[in-house]
Design a protein around this ligand. Structure first.
Ligand SMILES: [Zn+2]
Ligand SMILES: [Zn+2]
Length: 178
């Protein structure tokens, strides 16, 4: 009985949580350099409109300079944050990180971002046994050969964590789910 509970506990703690993320979770993966670039771009835009453009011979009126500075600054900041997001997001999906970062940065009119979000791979998950990263098409862990999902030891049907009997062959799932 304790064995059974043990197995069940292992299964529950090892199961991969589905990739459900909130906006703040997504924001957390934006690397520090992207925040830095965003802040610099925003401040730079204010300096450009408030100091440099203001000294031009025929400067635009003050409200226009403030509006352009704020709007342009926010736009630039968002751009750098998104570039940083793609950099981290591509990495956790096993895609070519710096290639995609360069593409979204250099392709004009945000087309790079559109292409990226259309073609990006599903998220990588980690092995429930050893924690190695598994690419989306992996069925077994390349480091320890654990199957991606728990299966019945008799008939290899995928089983849910917490199940005590196989839903296909009806045998007890007493074996560790390898
Ligand atoms: Zn593994
Ligand atoms: Zn079975």
């Amino acid at each position: 009985m304790t064995d059974m509970n043990q197995i069940q506990n292992n299964l529950q703690s090892n199961v991969n949580t589905p990739a459900k993320t909130t906006f703040s979770d997504e924001l957390r993966i934006v690397p520090w350099w992207a925040f830095l670039l965003a802040a610099c771009a925003f401040i730079g835009m204010q300096v450009l409109m408030g100091v440099v453009v203001a000294r031009e011979p025929n400067p635009p009126p003050e409200f226009a300079r403030i509006a352009i500075g704020l709007f342009g600054g926010i736009l630039l900041a968002c751009f750098f944050m998104l570039v940083g997001y793609v950099n981290s997001d591509a990495r956790r999906r096993g895609m070519n990180t710096w290639l995609w970062t360069a593409l979204v940065f250099f392709i004009p009119n945000a087309f790079g971002f559109i292409i990226y979000f259309l073609v990006r791979q599903p998220m990588m998950t980690s092995c429930r046994h050893c924690g190695a990263m598994l690419l989306p098409h992996f069925r077994f862990c390349p480091k320890c050969s654990t199957p991606r999902t728990a299966v019945c030891g008799h008939c290899a049907t995928p089983v849910q964590p917490g199940d005590q009997f196989c839903n296909n062959c009806g045998r007890m799932l007493a074996e560790p789910m390898k």
